[in-house]
Design a protein around this ligand. Structure first.
Ligand SMILES: Nc1nc2c(ncn2[C@@H]2O[C@H](COP(=O)(O)OP(=O)(O)OP(=O)(O)O)[C@@H](O)[C@H]2O)c(=O)[nH]1
Ligand SMILES: [Mg+2]
Length: 1096
């Protein structure tokens, strides 16, 4: 029977990879007797997947329900006491309350960040684990922000405190100082995050001081409040300041009331046990005694470690606890066993007595049989019962009883963490809110919706008129054998696996089979009349197994079967029709690796497609797309994620059919660079240099209309020659783009603005050119910007209609220069002199630049007609053409990035009707789109081409010895180190670097191999786009360059010359896309073959 919301807590464990989340979860699970004491800390129960065990990292979030008997403190200063009073227990003081805690263990590796996001949505409080030695890692920072965004109440666990003593050899006072600093830096991170959130809220005019105060309070870690746990998950011990104060009081170690003692226990205070007074402790004043925390919290634990280590060495064992080993007295005694009476163990016993109390007082567990050993016999009994022989098992057997970690954590969760009801009402108002329905709903349905929303806000328990709402945050797949449900329908027996949704019940009570629930997908907007309706089956989550239950009340987490057919990544369930889906957050996860998947045998295609669909459903961060070419692209967050997904796809979802997986696909973008003399507007116009190299070599020279393009300008002619549009393409730097999108000057953008202003001829008078003026003109002419850093402008001559010319021509065609037009065209196209006039007239406007002011228009009738045609039929399609061109560039059909396109002038052919009227030719929007697309591509081809690469940010820890290998691997892969800093007090160096995505594959194994494991696995996330500053088509031309780079490059691949990175990538992408690749046409080193044969 599941308890009501106020006896329930939903909590997730989050941390950087390997900081000990799963080990911590083991300890909590052990307290429920699900796993044995001996295995806790090493089993990693929640890593149930064999792959997880093999790699030693968590890859899927898994949940488990735990019971805990919680004694609310008598004099609680905690604000939760108010809500506890409902149960009637806190009035009587220390009556035990039976709580149910749903624990969700999340993965720490960035590749599985999506799993963390869904666990954050599911839970109300977060156990934030930080490794005491490694300190705050990059992932810790991002997790703090994400947990804040999801409005969770955090509990900080400083884990692996044992390492400070045993690996780093710090004494208890040094440890205290270090921990204090760690908490301070954690608080600094949180404070700056809250500050920036507050300014954002102010900007948006949100002012909710009560909620903000609560947030500030929750995100301030203060051991006195009990939201900091000091722990060693490996050895099962841990405590908070409130539990420690209670324990020290009970054991009469410090005769001071716990609420008062707490104030001094963690702080620069020392205690004089003779006078019973608390004094200030000064860090710098040597010999001034130890702070209370060091003396009463850490020292007994340190003593136990030392005692056990001493005991081990006394029987001739090598101490494995301390890094420096310990003395081996007698090698023969390798199998000797540490007894309770071994020398050194008395130190353990005395530490237990001097610093503590009977733990049954601190944590009365029902049926607990583990009082603290008082004598050597007691200790021996415990050791033999749990079979503890090795040092670490003895240490954990003793410390687990002395300062039980599970109690410290579970108590803190019950005390600090809000109940689901409290969370919905006060803490997580944004995260647990339903979307608002459209305003045109009828009053009745609005009323019903409000009722549902109120029920969610109150987390109302089941009742006759209470709507049931549940939200499925994610899906997971599991084998049928782990589901305990004899009635599970077996219609889809073809697969061994079923897909279950993981849900949080928001109000009412979810029941198996009885009720049909409406299902709302994340995009539901209220007007879909036939919302899906289904019966479901509910299961409780117990790690890797699922147990069927008939109903799940509000405030609990459960798994739901029978949602697979909906094919939605999140679902909101309700028994009423008027409900709306939950808001949800977009945390902007971006898939980094993509591969193409195809079956080896074509007959398996259907199976593969079904498998891919299931995979993308069960793992929300997997993206599956199909391209026009029939590829099936699988996109994952990182390499490990990809490997795991492919393994799942093959073994779980596709019945082991054979798959062919392509090499990782890297995304590039295309852009362009400035010409050297482009800043000089007039000189650039008059420049008649020959076309750039790429425009002369296949396949790039095959672009239609390339003959009408020159140095970034193209006069693109519509099909049928009814009109021509002159456009220009120039680079648009990121800072200018940012100015345009925010419509204001941004720091550091001045130079770029002035440069583009000069190049576009924004003004006649160049001395008066200023950044703000350029921005003003640009904004005036701006037509559209897209998300990729591109912009479309319309020169002012065109927008007022000056440069729209009607061309009177007998054959209804605009002027097409003979020498430029393609030779195969019919030759009887003798240009009308009129056409040339108009052509020249529009040319004139190009000389005016972007902001035309000086020329007065001499518009005639034909021009009027042309203008009308342009503004009515054509102009609207220009944007379409621009967008189409930006979607794939001319080099390798990758998206274009950082390019500005300017529409400069338009000529439209106008013919005379027999009745004397003039009419423009029939021109459709489609023609404009096509012409503009090819025009922009040609314009780009006649400019210096550049590739843009995605760069990844990489963070890792390395020892000094690993640095050399790290740098050599990075520089080989064109990586750049951004920062490297020593982690305080360790010999670890935290390195941040960027590396091009194309060079990032296989980085982790290579680093591991080259550095012999001296560096940790790198964490890769997307960082930014950066132009690869290499001209893909460059060849040595001058004498000097030939000397430097050699003549032979010309002969190596005579089409493109130097084999540089940019060209390599372009070829790679073209190859993959099945486009024509230059080198494939050319016989490599043909003359060599000839010479060889001659010599024969
Ligand atoms: N010395 C010491 N080692 C610990 C402690 N807690 C965990 N470890 C070790 O740290 C390693 C990682 O532990 P896990 O529990 O798998 O870490 P995790 O945070 O779950 O890792 P991911 O799920 O992959 O992010 C294991 O080798 C543990 O034995 C601790 O308190 N002290
Ligand atoms: Mg783990």
């Amino acid at each position: 029977m599941l308890p009501p919301p106020d006896s329930t807590r939903l909590v997730t464990i989050i941390a950087h990879v390997d900081h000990g989340k799963t080990t911590l979860a083991d300890n909590l699970i052990e307290s429920n007797g699900i796993i044995s004491e001996r295995l806790a800390g090493t089993l990693r129960y929640l890593d149930s997947d064999p792959e997880e065990q093999r790699r030693g990292i968590t890859m899927r979030a898994s949940a488990i329900g735990l019971k805990h008997s919680y004694i609310p403190p008598k004099i609680s200063q905690n604000k939760h006491q108010n809500d506890n009073s409902n149960s009637g227990s806190s009035s009587s003081g220390s009556a035990t309350r039976d709580m149910v805690i749903h624990l969700v263990d999340s993965p720490g590796h960035v590749d599985f960040a999506a799993e963390v996001t869904s666990s954050l949505l599911l839970c109300d409080s977060a156990i934030l684990v930080v490794d005491a030695v490694e300190g705050l890692c990059p992932r810790t920072h991002s997790l703090v922000r994400e947990a804040y965004l999801h409005q969770l109440v955090p509990i900080l666990v400083i884990n692996k405190v044992d390492r400070l003593c045993m690996e780093m050899g710090l004494d208890s006072t040094e440890t205290y100082v270090r921990i204090r600093e760690l908490i301070e830096s954690m608080n600094a991170v949180c404070a700056s995050m809250l500050n920036s959130a507050a300014t954002e809220d102010d900007d948006r005019g949100l002012e909710n001081s009560v909620a903000r105060d609560a947030e500030i309070d929750a995100w301030n870690f203060d051991p006195i409040k009990g939201n900091v746990v000091f722990a060693s998950a490996l050895h099962g011990w841990g405590f908070t300041i409130p539990t420690l104060a209670r324990s020290l009081f009970k054991s009469k170690t410090i005769p001071m009331k716990p609420p008062l003692m707490r104030q001094y226990l963690f702080g620069d205070y020392k205690y004089n046990s003779e006078t019973g007074k608390v004094l200030k402790w000064k860090q710098s004043g040597g010999g001034s005694g130890e702070p209370m925390f060091a003396k009463y919290a850490l020292e007994p634990i340190w003593d136990i470690y030392e005692g056990v280590s001493l005991a081990a060495t006394s029987v001739g064992l090598k101490s494995e606890l301390f890094v420096d080993g310990g003395v081996v007295q007698n090698k023969k005694k390798e199998h000797a066993k540490i007894e309770a009476t071994t020398q050194g163990m008395e130190r353990v016993l005395s530490a237990l007595h001097s610093g503590s109390t009977n733990p049954s007082f601190i944590s009365p567990q029902p049926g607990s049989d583990s009082p603290l050993p008082k004598t050597a016999q007691d200790l021996q009994r415990i050791l033999s019962r749990i079979g503890a022989g090795s040092e670490s098992s003895i240490v954990s057997a003793v410390l687990r009883r002395y300062r039980p970690l599970s109690d410290a954590i579970l108590d803190a969760v019950c005390e600090i963490g809000p109940s689901p009801a409290d969370a919905a009402l006060r803490y997580r108002t944004r995260a647990l809110a339903l979307q608002t329905p459209r305003s045109d709903e009828s009053a009745a349905s609005m009323g019903n919706f409000n009722k549902i929303q109120e029920a969610v806000r109150q987390c109302s328990p089941a009742g006759s008129d209470v709507p049931t709402v549940a939200h499925v945050c994610k899906f997971t797949s599991t084998s049928r054998s782990s589901v305990t449900d004899p009635d599970l329908p077996s219609q889809s027996l073809s697969s061994e696996n079923i897909i279950l949704g993981i849900a949080r019940v928001l109000s009412g009570s979810l029941t198996t089979e009885d009720v049909e629930y409406y299902m709302f997908g994340p995009r539901y907007n209220g007007n879909d009349s036939n919302t899906a309706k289904q019966r479901i089956r509910c299961y409780l989550l117990m790690g890797s197994s699922f147990v069927r239950v008939s109903s799940v009340p509000a405030g609990h987490i459960c798994a739901i079967y029978n949602l697979e057919d909906l094919q939605l990544k999140t679902v909101t369930l309700c028994d009423r029709k008027e409900c709306m889906p939950l808001h949800g957050f977009d945390v902007g996860l971006q898939p980094l690796v993509k591969v193409n998947v195809e079956p080896v045998s074509a007959s398996d295609i259907e199976m593969l497609e079904r498998g891919l669909l299931k995979l993308s459903l069960a793992d929300s961060s997997v993206e599956v797309t199909a391209t026009a070419k029939g590829e099936r692209i699988l996109a994952c967050l990182g390499e490990i994620h990809l490997e795991q997904s492919i393994l799942d796809l093959q073994t779980v979802y596709c019945d082991n059919i054979k798959l062919r997986i392509s090499d990782p696909i890297t995304s590039f973008c295309e852009t362009t660079d400035w010409f050297e003399n482009e800043c000089d507007f007039n000189a650039f116009l008059d420049d008649n240099s020959p076309p750039l190299r790429q425009a002369t070599i296949p396949p790039y020279c095959d672009e239609e209309g390339l003959g009408y393009a020159c140095r970034g300008r193209c006069r693109t002619i519509l099909s049928g020659r009814g009109a021509a549009i002159s456009i220009r393409a120039v680079p648009l730097s990121r800072s200018v783009y940012d100015c345009l999108s925010s419509k204001r000057l941004i720091d550091g953008s001045d130079d770029d603005l002035v440069r583009i202003g000069m190049a576009l001829g924004v003004t006649r008078d160049e001395t008066s050119l200023s950044a703000s003026m350029v921005l003003e003109v640009l904004l005036e002419c701006l037509d559209d910007i897209d998300g990729n850093g591109n912009a479309l402008f319309e020169s002012s001559a065109l927008s007022i209609g000056y440069s729209v010319k009607g061309v009177r021509s007998g054959n209804g065609e605009v002027y097409v220069p003979q020498n430029e037009s393609s030779k195969s065209e019919e030759t009887n196209n003798i240009p009308h002199t009129d056409c040339i006039d108009e052509y020249e007239a529009t040319r004139q406007f190009l000389r005016e630049g972007l902001a035309c002011t000086s020329i007065e228009s001499t518009n005639n009738d034909a021009d009027e007609i042309a203008l009308q045609k342009w503004s009515q039929d054509m102009r609207g399609s220009a944007l379409g053409g621009f967008q189409l061109a930006m979607r794939s560039g001319p080099l390798c059909e990758e998206p274009v990035r950082g390019v500005a396109v300017i529409l400069e002038s338009v000529e439209i052919a106008v013919t005379n009707c027999p009745d004397g009227h003039q009419v423009a030719r029939d021109l459709t929007g489609g023609m404009v789109v096509a012409a503009l697309r090819s025009g922009i591509r040609c314009a780009l081809l006649t400019r210096p081409a550049r590739l843009v690469e995605g760069h990844l940010k990489l963070t890792l820890h390395s020892s000094l010895a690993g640095l050399g290998a790290l740098h050599s691997v990075l520089s080989k892969r064109r990586g750049k180190v951004v920062t490297d800093a020593m982690v305080d007090g360790t010999d670890l160096i935290q390195v941040t670097a960027t590396i091009p995505q194309a060079e990032s594959f296989g980085l982790a194994p290579e680093l591991m191999k080259k550095s012999s494991g001296e560096v940790t696995a790198p964490e890769l996330v997307f960082s930014h786009w950066e132009v690869l500053n290499e001209d893909p088509f460059w060849i040595p031309t001058t004498e000097e360059e030939r000397e430097d780079y050699g003549q032979n490059l010309q002969t190596g691949d005579s089409s493109t010359g130097l084999d540089n990175n940019a060209l390599k990538y372009i070829r790679m992408v073209r190859n993959r896309k099945g486009l024509l690749v230059d080198s494939s046409k050319i016989v490599v080193a043909a003359e060599k073959q000839r010479t060889l044969s001659r010599k024969k």
